[in-house]
Design a protein around this ligand. Structure first.
Ligand SMILES: O=C(O)CC1=CCC(=O)O1
Length: 96
């Protein structure tokens, strides 16, 4: 099942830089692990914002929730999830 997920990160201005840097580093490691195993298919920066648009390939909504809520930056994110299905006009065979 494919989902478009938009994550907007809102770190508190009062958070010490070292704590923010450590969270971002751990987030990157987790994200890259999920990209390697094919679960986190795409990760795009939204230009001009501390936000990303991602495509996840998961087995269930529960798996997606578990994954998103386990991200190190999750407590500081607004998350919007949109379910996706194949477009009948698509000629790609890797979008199902
Ligand atoms: O920077 C972001 O948009 C949040 C994030 C997701 C994966 C990652 O490494 O950072």
């Amino acid at each position: 099942m494919l989902f478009k997920v938009e994550m907007t990160v809102r770190l508190p201005a009062t958070m010490p830089a070292a704590e923010a840097d450590a969270l971002k580093k751990t987030e990157r490691e987790v994200a890259q692990g999920l990209m390697r195993d094919g679960t986190w298919r795409h990760l795009w920066r939204v230009a001009g914002r501390y936000a990303n648009v991602s495509i996840f390939d998961v087995d269930s909504v529960e798996q997606l929730h578990q994954l998103l809520s386990g991200l190190p930056l999750f407590p500081y994110m607004d998350v919007e999830v949109v379910p996706l299905c194949r477009h009948p006009s698509s000629i790609r065979d890797d979008d199902r």
